[in-house]
Structure formats: structure tokens, C-alpha cells
Design a protein around this ligand. Structure first.
Ligand SMILES: NC(=O)c1ccc[n+]([C@@H]2O[C@H](COP(=O)([O-])OP(=O)(O)OC[C@H]3O[C@@H](n4cnc5c(N)ncnc54)[C@H](O)[C@@H]3O)[C@@H](O)[C@H]2O)c1
Length: 326
């Protein structure tokens, strides 16, 4: 990416944003994080203090369309990475707030790209595998363009955002790529039902007990693979409105716990899972994204757990995470 290029990342202080920032710092791409108000809780786990000092930030509500346009102008952004969003429980508890961030927020971002089309190359945005219904809705691996009937308001809102992307390409020629990760894990994952697997790794490192609040099979995405996919997709924004599956490693929650126990044997017997499976299928095809990127990175679950545990140990050593504080 050339020095003249700048990525504006909405929801940039969150989990994905922190890992994308970590990558962009490493490869020297200019970027600005947009979020509601200063909050270093996740960034300080993912970035080291000197990296944190180098971050440029801007505070705004992504649902404020005029403010988003000004943010793009002020930062000289050429690429928009839209991550700001409320997750499944928040959308269930506060539907209008969920729609405001997840749907109106997405519209603000697409509209800023339309208004400043001469300088903005396009939008990469976080959709979700939750646009899909449960496994029983499908026969065989699920294609990118399968018809979906989501079972959560969150999934409905993400589906609406994908629809907005399609219309902004059709009517205004704004290129976009929406990515649909599944259960993403790694340091900094703190919100949402599928934050359970990460919390289990942290509990194991801190010698605590933890119960993951869902069971059954899902796709586990290691967050650094997801961050890489967002950055690489930004570099391939050209034409069309793509919405692409990013299914991760298919495994059961029970097996994920066994893998943690193998990495951290002292956690044996302290980690459990209970409850229903999440109402989202897990058998997605990935040929769309693989065709675009050439190859999709798949960190094996055991390696992802090892890298996550290593970072949590380091954070424990620095006093950033500690027992009883989760
Ligand atoms: N984490 C996952 O497993 C997962 C899976 C699939 C899709 N996604 C989607 O990816 C995106 C990023 O997920 P994450 O795990 O980083 O979430 P996160 O909750 O860690 O981060 C979201 C960020 O958005 C910010 N935000 C919320 N409302 C805002 C507003 N009105 N204006 C500006 N910023 C606002 C929050 O302050 C937060 O920093 C979300 O849209 C999420 O729905 C996440």
C-alpha cells in the first residue's frame, strides 16, 4: 500500500480493530481508528505500549452520517474498514440501538464513500456468519450467495448491511467486501456469546474456573487470520459488492476445551461448556475469499490457543490481566 493511502477503521478500539491496527503498524500503512470515546482496554492487551502511542484516533458516532463524512475528509481516508457494531446480546436487549449502530452506521459509511467517491476506493465491512440460520436449514456446504434466514436480530441487521452494500454498488458504484467470520477468538475478545472460548483460555492462564455458555460445533477463527483477511481485502477493492464467508476451523466447543487443557494441563477439570449450540450453521464454503486472496490463512486451533495463552501470560506478568478481575 502506498504512503498516500490511509485506512479509516470504525469501531477501531474493539477486538478486530486492535488486531488490524497491529498488522498495519507492522507493515507501515497509515490508519486512523474511529470509535465512540477513548478506551484503551482492548488496545492495551493487543498492542505493546510503544505501539499504542503511535495510534491515531478520532472520536465520533458512526451513525452520525455528516460526522462520518467529515471524518473521511479530515483523515484523507482512501479505504474504509467498517467494524463498529453491537453484538448478539446487545441487539437482543436493545434492538433500536442495535439497528442504529449496525444498520444506520453501515449506511453512514457507505454514504460517505459515495459522497467522497473520488478519493475513497471502497468499503470493507464486518458482516457475520450470523446472517445464516442453523445447520438444519442447509444441505451441504453453504455458498457465499446462499439464501439465509437468520435467527437473531443481529443476523437480520448484518443481512441488511449486506443489502445496503449491494445497492451502493448498483446505484453509486461503491465497491465493497463484507466478511462473515464465525466464532473469532484471541486476546481482546471480550463481548458477545462467542467470547466464551477466549475467556476460557484466559481463565486457564489465571488458574480460574470458566464455563463457556454454548456447546456443539462452530467455526473457530483465530483473530490474526481475520485481521489479515480484512487488510488484504482492502487492498483488493475494485468492483462489485462481495459478501464472503470466512468460516475458520470447524470444531466442537468440547474439543476446543480439550485443546486448552493440553496446552495448559493445570486447567484440567476447571473448564466446562453448557447450554445450546449457537443458532448459526458452521459448514461454509470459502472458495469466494480464497479466489480473491489466492489463499486464506488458517491457523490451527492448537496454535491459536498457544499464541493466545502466551500473550495472556505476558499480560498477567505485566499486571494488565489478573485473577478475579474478569
Ligand atoms: N467477534 C466476533 O467473533 C465477530 C464475528 C463476526 C462478526 N463480527 C463483527 O465484527 C465487528 C467487530 O467485532 P469486534 O469483536 O471487534 O467487536 P467489539 O465489540 O470488540 O468492537 C466494536 C467497537 O465498535 C465501537 N462502537 C460501538 N458503537 C459505535 C458507534 N455508534 N460509533 C462508533 N463506534 C462504535 C465500540 O466502542 C467497539 O470499540 C462487529 O461489527 C461484529 O458484529 C464479530
Amino acid at each position: 500500500m502506498s504512503a498516500a493511502e490511509t485506512m479509516l477503521i470504525t469501531g477501531g478500539q474493539g477486538f478486530f480493530g486492535a488486531w488490524i491496527a497491529r498488522r498495519l503498524l507492522r507493515d507501515g500503512t497509515r490508519f486512523v481508528l474511529l470509535d465512540l470515546e477513548p478506551d484503551d482496554r482492548i488496545l492495551s492487551q493487543v498492542l505493546d505500549p510503544p505501539q499504542l502511542e503511535r495510534i491515531q484516533r478520532l472520536f465520533a458516532d458512526v451513525a452520525d452520517a455528516d460526522r462520518v463524512v467529515r471524518a473521511v475528509e479530515e483523515t484523507g481516508a482512501t479505504h474504509l474498514i467498517h467494524l463498529a457494531g453491537l453484538q448478539v446480546p446487545a441487539c437482543r436487549e436493545r434492538p433500536a440501538a442495535g439497528a442504529r449502530v449496525n444498520v444506520i452506521g453501515a449506511l453512514s459509511v457507505f454514504d460517505a464513500a459515495r459522497i467522497l467517491r473520488d478519493r475513497v476506493r471502497g468499503v470493507v465491512y464486518a458482516s457475520s456468519a450470523a446472517v445464516a440460520g442453523p445447520a438444519g436449514d442447509y444441505s451441504g456446504p453453504i455458498a457465499d450467495d446462499a439464501v439465509h434466514r437468520p435467527r437473531t436480530l443481529y443476523g437480520v441487521f448484518k443481512q441488511a448491511a449486506e443489502g445496503c452494500a449491494r445497492i451502493y454498488w448498483q446505484d453509486h458504484g461503491v465497491p465493497s467486501i463484507g466478511l462473515r467470520p464465525l466464532s473469532v477468538y484471541g486476546v481482546g475478545r471480550e463481548i458477545g456469546i462467542t467470547s466464551g472460548p477466549t475467556k476460557a483460555i484466559r481463565a486457564a492462564v489465571l488458574d480460574e474456573e470458566y464455563t463457556i455458555p454454548f456447546t456443539g460445533r462452530t467455526g473457530f477463527n483465530f483473530v490474526d487470520d481475520v485481521a489479515g483477511a480484512f487488510v488484504e481485502c482492502a487492498r483488493r477493492l475494485e468492483k462489485g459488492a462481495l459478501a464472503l464467508n470466512l468460516p475458520g476451523e470447524k470444531e466442537t466447543v468440547e474439543e476446543f476445551i480439550r485443546a486448552i487443557e493440553d496446552e495448559i494441563p493445570s486447567s484440567r477439570g476447571r473448564l466446562r461448556c453448557e447450554g445450546a449450540a449457537i443458532p448459526v450453521a458452521f459448514d461454509f464454503r470459502e472458495d469466494g475469499l480464497a479466489g480473491l486472496l489466492g489463499a486464506v490463512r488458517h491457523t490451527p486451533i492448537r496454535e491459536g490457543i498457544r499464541r493466545t495463552a502466551e500473550r495472556f501470560r505476558e499480560l498477567r506478568g505485566r499486571g494488565i490481566i489478573r485473577r478475579g478481575a474478569s
